[in-house]
Design a protein around this ligand. Structure first.
Ligand code: GLC
Ligand code: CA
Length: 551
């Protein structure tokens, strides 16, 4: 059983914006090293590093040009080993991002593959096809940049890219490619890392014929022919065997994989992934992607939470998250800036006490918020820039820009706000990206001193989780699922019951406890309002959360 991760929680680092250790304006491993005790102080048990490998940064690290090295902006392999060893000394696990659906077009494999030639060992490392007369090999669209096929003059063929043009898809059907992946895994596992977060792992096996997708559908029209593809389980089993030798954890990113399909990968002793990063909980204010927005729906969020909680209970294990580098910050979306502290703390409790292993994204614990830059030229994320110039090109500029403000991944990628000093204490040099001007109010130094801060609330939540077997192992049950303002769930274990009641309302409201719960016998474990303003069972103030125990 490789289930050491089940009572843990992880902190996610997107290094470029985390902390700058050598004052060149870019976050790096030295910066991470200096912040390890801060990370430890949160009460987490591990770190997930978004890609820190050499990369031309067409997609900020998700376009890798060397899998066995560190990006010079971030340091060297020996800097990484220092961080790894120190993290281990502090009792923190370290997991790496394994991005194997595609490489950078500047990876030596691609540079070789481009040359073609019968006895070129790299010839079939990628997915190359002839066009059909003047037509592309099929009608698939990419997520990030127009059609999914790009012409290569040198080879006289098209290559497939489901993401950006600079991210050619690997041909996983080629056994040599799979051996490369295993060798990459071994390289990091031999060094001592504890597992992998596996990028869009459910896309790696393409349908052999690459048939045309649904016509006129943008971005995802080819999805049925590469998501959860024909050989996926077989390939994942091969990778699992390697991870298994080391007892490493594997967390698969699976955009749009429904829970039923997820169970194929997650269930039982012979599972191929330990946890899955699902996207359902990110869709409570949008359809399929943040670009197609609708007002926040608590019912939709609750349905997403409960769907995964119920389906996995007892048979598989959840990865819990509310933020990462791919989605705008959640506090402005599911919470309220008007009740910034209250909603930031409530949102923490609303997911940290569910069953599963929580992930906390850098800055989330500070209640960092989104940005609205004055024009598209200020944005750097390939997905935002592309959405602006292609999918929504018919819309007026102001409307498009509003869309970007609501959806851009760049909003989650601003430098972490460490203090009220210049550049938010991230760097003494001009930071590589825009710093949110609210850093004077929202920053780690100020929040560290304030017992009622969002930061200190995260610490309390993580400690409570750790100390409380019911919150770790208990079953999950949702009450009042029809409520449009209250998220109420129970965890139950060995006769102990805990109720987590979360208000998503801007005014004070009352609710009745579920049957069998007596208010007089409740023990208050946690409340996000200051202790000087004690609450009342059955009443919730704006965005209040109460965690109550019955023994
Ligand atoms: C994943 C990553 C995202 C990246 C994409 C392509 O969704 O989290 O940042 O752009 O895969 O690699
Ligand atoms: Ca630096």
């Amino acid at each position: 059983m490789q289930d050491w991760y089940k009572n843990m929680s992880f902190y996610q680092i997107w290094i470029r914006s985390f902390a700058d250790g050598n004052d060149d304006g870019i976050g790096d491993l030295l910066g991470v090293y200096d912040k390890l005790t801060y990370i430890k102080s949160l009460g987490v048990d591990g770190i997930w590093f978004c890609p820190i490998y050499p990369s031309p940064n067409a997609d900020f690290g998700y376009d890798i040009s060397d899998y066995k090295n560190i990006h010079p902006d971030y340091g060297t392999l020996s800097d990484f080993k220092r961080v790894l060893n120190r993290a281990h000394e502090l009792g923190l696990k370290v997991i790496m991002d394994l991005v194997i659906n595609h490489t950078s077009d500047e990876h030596p494999w691609f540079i070789e593959s481009r040359k073609g030639g019968e006895d070129n060992p790299y010839k079939d490392y990628y997915i190359w096809r002839d066009g059909k007369g003047v037509k592309l090999p099929n009608n698939w669209e990419s997520f990030f940049e127009g059609k999914a096929w790009e012409w290569c003059e040198e080879r006289g063929q098209y290559y497939l890219h489901i993401f950006a043009k600079k991210q050619p898809d690997l041909n996983m059907d080629n056994p040599a490619v799979r051996e490369e992946i295993k060798s990459i895994m071994r390289f990091w596992l031999d060094m001592g890392v504890d597992g992998f977060r596996e990028d869009v792992i459910t896309y790696i096996s393409k349908h052999e014929q690459l048939p045309d997708g649904i016509p006129f559908l943008p971005a995802i029209n080819g999805l049925p022919f590469y998501k959860d593809g024909p050989n996926l389980l077989r390939y994942l089993r091969e990778f699992r065997a390697v991870a298994g030798e080391y007892g490493a954890v594997q967390i698969g990113e699976a955009p749009m994989t429904p829970v039923k399909t997820a169970l194929q990968y997650l269930r039982g002793e012979d599972r191929v992934l330990d946890m899955m990063i699902q996207f359902d909980t990110m869709m409570a204010d949008c359809f399929f992607t943040e670009y197609v927005h609708h007002p926040f729906s608590l019912r939709k969020l609750k349905r997403a939470f409960s769907r995964w909680q119920y389906a996995l209970d007892g048979v598989a294990w959840n990865a819990l998250y509310l933020e990462n580098h791919d989605h705008p910050r959640v506090i402005d979306r599911y919470g309220s800036l008007e009740f910034w502290r209250e909603s930031g703390t409530m949102l923490a409790a609303c997911y940290l006490f569910q069953q599963g292993t929580p992930f906390i994204y850098q800055g989330q614990e500070l209640g960092m918020t989104n940005i609205a830059l004055p024009s598209i030229d200020h944005y750097l994320d390939v997905a935002s820039v592309n959405a602006y110039h292609s999918f929504f090109r018919w819309e007026p500029v102001e409307k498009r820009l509003r869309r970007i403000h609501r959806s851009s991944r760049d909003s989650a990628r601003t430098p972490v706000q460490w203090s009220g000093e210049e550049n938010a204490g991230f760097s003494t040099a001009e930071p590589w990206f825009y710093v949110n001007p609210n850093y004077r109010e929202i920053n780690a130094a100020a929040e560290d001193r304030d017992p009622n801060s969002i930061l200190n609330f995260y610490r309390k939540c993580l400690k409570l989780r750790k100390d409380c077997p019911t919150l770790l192992w208990g079953s999950y049950r949702e009450y009042r699922w029809h409520s449009g303002w209250l998220y109420l769930y129970e965890r139950q274990w060995q006769g102990e019951r805990i109720l987590v009641s979360c208000s998503f309302s801007k005014r004070q409201r009352r609710f009745s406890l579920p049957e069998g719960y007596a208010a007089e016998q409740a023990e208050l474990l946690l409340d996000n309002y200051p202790a000087e303003q004690p609450g009342q069972v059955g009443t919730l103030r704006p965005y209040e959360v109460q965690v109550l125990r019955w023994k």
